[in-house]
Design a binder for this molecule. Sequence first.
Ligand code: PLP
Length: 383
Amino acid sequence: MTDRRPATAAVQAGRPARLAGEPVVTPVHREVIYEFESAAQFAEIMADSRRGYLYSRIRNPNTDELAAAVAELEGAEDAHCFASGMAAVTAALDLLAPPGTRVVAARQLYGQTYSLLRARGDTALVDVADAEGFERALDGAGLLYLESEANPHLAVPDLPRLAGLARAAGARVVVDNTIPTPLGCTPLAHGADLVLHSATKFLNGHADALAGVVAGPAELVRPIAERSLDTGSTLSPDVAWLVRRGMKTLHLRVERCAANAAALAEFLAGHPQVAGVRYPGLAADPYHAVARRVLRGFGGLATFEVRGGRAAGERVMDRCRVALRATSLGGVETTISHPASTSHRQLTAQELAAAGISEGFLRLSVGVEDVHDLIADFQQALE
Ligand code: PLP
């Protein structure tokens, strides 16, 4: 069209012609709206009688690609992306535990999830290892909420057993699978109704994107997606693209993080300045047996406590040269953090003690660096 005026050209000129050849990597689809061939097609998409794109708060090609990849890895029928892991947690709770639903949750949970559940006032918290306690608490409950490996306690629930107890009590099961990743655990196969992720962590793996995903049967994911239209907790296409790219190396990163974490945990367990180490791969770990049954591999997280309490722990953190003093987890860099003053600062001293988080407790998210450099770093930091 050559007779258009400058204002029209400013808006429409230069739209690329469709050439042969598909891009190997999905482009970032920043568009918010889509054009239709006819009014009838527009109406069909709007009415949901034909699948298509309409407005990117609903879905866009990048969030669709990420959701499909997570669904496949989790063995789920469908998945929906969110702007953060907490948005995914909130969406799952909104659907399966509306006000009036009694929730039973593990006492060992990520701090923000813990405070979200505590704020409801109708949540019973039970120690991960206390199956009888779960059975009692589940009587009359509508939802069981667990982390397949708890942050930062690294407690591993017996998912098949607890999901069976929930089912017998008529309760649904939601599992946050952020730490094992779908490569290390597939909670739906163990009886969960929904599985969710902070995709900010291992799925993305590069500490440069904040995202969440919920996966499960279409009959549960569909209402979650519909509700997200109201809440506007949509994941942006740019961030979905970053997470999807990060996921292309998930298997390589998870393998290397776990090998490095196992070696570091062994080293720390043998160090005279270390009072205790928690890593589910250690034979002496209280969750080793259940982890062998429920997880595939033992993951990239470990925790340890330095003799001398908080001051000694802070000294080790200050002396680290390879491990970075930073929060979050699941990235390619090894990070060290102090949960009592960071990720779990919302907990009272009593709650910290009940959850097994002491003042000197340090969490390691082990990255993909050379393991010799990591061990040497902690060797010098503990001197
Ligand atoms: N679930 C777990 C296990 C987490 O560790 C976190 C964050 O650390 C979240 C959920 C929340 O995720 P996000 O920070 O992406 O909102």
